[in-house]
Design a protein around this ligand. Structure first.
Ligand SMILES: Cc1ncc(COP(=O)(O)O)c(C=O)c1O
Length: 417
């Protein structure tokens, strides 16, 4: 048995995209007789061998239920599971592991917070979101508003796809209780200037939640530097397994919030007269958790820590720059979302073509993109489109793949318009 800890990975690899691609076995296959070009990373990213191996090893050598302490396997599973929590704490630069709650993903994390904040809201209070939110950062707040009489108020976006700061300034008022905004838009790729927004909100005592689902695959957030109350993300977009996500919450707020679900693990004592809650973070983790998935997520973060972050961000930016250069080679192509600060995500339409046809025809060439409303119907309405085609890049994509996308689009455009 080797070291049980999943918290250590020291070797820093230089940024060599071909070597990196060998770490992702799924990429080396053909789809419809063509080499796979995977450009649907915004929906879910692929997993490196380090993640597959860590989960396999966990099941082969360590699996048992956690926090039971009666035998050696239980201790191993608990060490791996709590070690993973420490990896996430370090990733977010959170002050304490008691502020790291495992959830099923971003969606569950936001629902947990919305539920927990219900006792603080009353009729007339406002929850500020933005027009570019994913439904996961709209609907839970609408459900909360329904329960409490509060109102969900959307901050406008500009035609370029940036948050409209005048709209933000006029809508952030003494009625605002919660600010829930995305760090990075899943449709537009816009990186929002969340630090100053949080700072302004805090001055009015507003509770802040940041949806980091699309940010963490591209850069490391620092929750202490940001000063947010809650930060949420999903493992599967961060090159980790599905079925697990993270809620970072400030301890004081988490202490004050009621539990989300009841059951085993989240209690201190149960009797028919009175039940009391476990300490943080367990108060919010009812039932047997996703243990192997936590181990897998930690392995993904450790893998990323082994890469040169600056080189990775530069390589991603090169992909976006090349994609932008090639837009004019496809007649009738229009990009939606041209913010100054973007991650490599490109939503677009092509005159005369339905987005879903673009997706199907690209798939025939081995190229995977996403089409549709991207769970952002209010944003689609704002742009007056039923949906878009979206190519979302990861650090393992190559310039050659960007070029293949555009060659593919040129072909489709020639054939069908
Ligand atoms: C910005 C954003 N928020 C929330 C979500 C929801 O994430 P999940 O389905 O993993 O809970 C997504 C997923 O696409 C997203 O892009």
């Amino acid at each position: 048995m080797s070291d049980l800890s999943v918290a250590n990975n020291t070797a820093t690899k230089a940024f060599d995209v071909e070597a990196i691609r060998r770490d992702f076995p799924i990429l080396a296959q053909e789809i419809n007789g063509k080499p796979l070009v995977y450009l649907d990373n915004g929906a879910s990213a692929q997993k490196p061998l380090a993640v597959l191996d860590a989960m396999d090893r966990y099941y082969r050598e360590m699996h048992s239920n956690v926090h039971r302490g009666a035998h050696t396997l239980g201790d191993r599973a608990t060490a791996a599971f709590e070690g993973a929590r420490e990896v996430v704490r370090d990733f977010l630069n959170a002050p304490s592991t008691k502020e790291i709650i495992w959830t099923r993903g971003t969606t569950e994390a936001i629902n947990l917070v919305a539920n927990g904040l219900a006792p603080r809201l009353k009729a007339g209070d406002e929850i500020l979101v933005s027009h570019m939110e994913h439904h996961a950062n709209i609907v839970p707040w609408q459900m909360l508003a329904e329960r409490t009489g509060a109102k969900v108020v959307p901050v406008q976006v500009t035609p370029e796809g940036e948050l409209d700061l005048d709209s933000f300034n006029s809508l952030l008022t003494e009625r605002t209780r919660i600010l829930a905004v995305t760090h990075v838009s899943n449709v537009l790729g816009t990186v929002n200037p969340i630090a100053p927004l949080i700072e302004q909100a805090k001055k009015l005592g507003v509770i802040t939640l940041i949806d980091g689902a699309q940010a963490v695959p591209h850069f490391k957030p620092d929750v202490q530097a940001l000063g947010c109350d809650f930060y949420v993300f999903s493992s599967h977009k961060l090159f980790g397994p599905t079925g697990i996500g993270v809620l970072y919450g400030r301890a004081q707020l988490l202490e004050e919030m009621p539990p989300y679900q009841g059951g085993g693990e989240m209690i201190e004592r149960v009797s028919f007269e009175r039940t009391t809650w476990n300490v943080l973070p367990y108060k919010f983790e009812a039932g047997t958790p996703a243990i192997a998935e936590a181990v897998g997520l930690a392995a993904a973060i450790n893998y990323l820590d082994g890469l040169d972050r600056k080189a990775m961000e530069a390589a991603e930016n090169t992909l976006l720059v090349r994609a932008n250069e090639l837009i004019e080679t496809v007649p009738g192509m229009e990009v939606i979302g041209t913010a100054r600060h973007k991650v490599p995500v490109m939503s677009f339409k092509i005159a005369g073509l339905h987005p879903s046809d673009i997706g199907t025809l690209l798939d025939q060439q081995g190229i995977a993109i996403r089409t549709g409303h991207h769970c952002a119907m209010p944003l689609m309405n704002f742009y007056g489109v039923p949906g878009t085609a979206r190519a979302s890049f990861a650090f393992y994509n190559t310039l050659e793949e960007v070029e293949k996308l555009f060659t593919g689009l040129q072909k489709i455009q020639r054939l069908f318009t």
